[in-house]
Write a new protein. Structure first.
Length: 317
């Protein structure tokens, strides 16, 4: 699955105080189209840098993992509850949990899984953190990568590593790009990825026309573990106030990504722009400085971006 942008050209130019003269990007006297393409590439690079810094994509995805249990990745607590440690965080929802106690005779590579009851496997943390400023459901606690399995589904009956646990779960935050114009008064958005959006509040970022949205349901041609994924439609609880028109060089985002992640992506885009010769704007008065590509300004942007992403990095185990 391709990751949508975490920040768009309109975001870095209109919504974020980054201090960059974006019109200077694209070489000496760039054409409007060349300038627009250069800003878009800076946003794409920034998104990749965020994922690289965190060791994972922060956009919602359906993950599938299986481990032997009881063991290091799925131990049993004193009260008999099993604790499954996932590779990605935060976990937004457990879609499906399965446990295999035996495998077919003659083929140990294939397991006979038993599906656990709904609610028998749940994320360990269920309260969001204000620091993350996430509009996603309440299972988005910082660093949350554990799933609790109740009812004795995982036990010591077959000894250590005697069972196999398989999890299908959602991790990350819903984040999409519009793939068609959304007109004022309509209650649908056509996007490149609907994964994780049902029941989630987000923001449609479009400069001064930005507005909040709440997605009540989604539709898509594809699904995974019973969850719609990929391109599709978001059905909104209330009609749009403004018309939003994306273009090739100016895509528009609808996102529940935490502000800290978006700010880090903006800072990375600033570093990219300065490396490519963009000039900086200093307040007050918005005057453009003659110097460009300052090593100090680039290092400051990279350092602040890394600090902003401190709690979003992939948890090791």
């Amino acid at each position: 699955m391709a990751t949508s942008l975490y920040v768009s050209p309109s975001d870095v130019q209109l919504l974020m105080p980054l201090g960059v003269n974006w019109k200077s990007l694209g070489g000496p006297n760039p054409t409007p189209n060349l300038n627009a393409m250069a800003i878009l590439e800076a946003c794409k690079t920034a998104t990749r840098q965020v994922n690289s810094e965190c060791g994972q994509s922060l956009q919602t995805a359906v993950r599938t993992e299986s481990v032997m249990a009881p063991g290091h990745r799925c131990g049993i607590l004193p009260d008999g509850t099993a604790r499954f440690i996932a590779s990605f965080s935060p976990i937004m929802a457990v879609l499906l949990a399965e446990v295999a106690y035996t495998w077919p005779s003659g083929n140990p590579a294939v397991y006979n899984y038993r599906t656990l009851n709904p609610g028998q496997a749940v994320p360990e943390y269920t309260a969001p953190s204000d620091d993350w400023q996430s509009a996603a459901p309440g299972t988005a606690a910082p660093g949350q990568n554990a799933i609790l399995i109740t009812g004795g589904a995982v036990n010591w009956c077959n000894g250590r590593m005697g069972e196999r646990v398989q999890m299908f779960y959602l991790n990350g935050w819903p984040n999409s790009q519009l793939t068609a114009e959304a007109t004022s008064g309509t209650s649908t958005l056509t996007v490149d990825d609907v994964t994780g959006w049902a029941g989630v509040a987000g923001e449609l970022y479009d400069g001064e026309r930005s507005e909040g949205v709440f997605v009540k349901s989604v539709t898509a041609a594809n699904s995974k573990a019973g969850t719609p994924v990929g391109p599709g439609t978001l059905m909104l609880q209330a009609p749009l106030v403004n018309t939003h028109t994306p273009s090739v060089t100016s895509p528009l985002l609808v996102s529940a990504m935490p502000h800290g992640v978006r700010w880090a992506a903006g800072l990375f885009s600033k570093a990219v722009a300065l490396r490519q010769g963009a000039t900086v704007v200093s307040a007050p008065g918005g005057k453009t400085q003659s110097s460009s590509g300052s090593t100090g300004a680039i290092e400051d942007a990279l350092h602040e971006a890394a600090l902003s992403l401190g709690t979003y990095r992939r948890t090791s185990f």
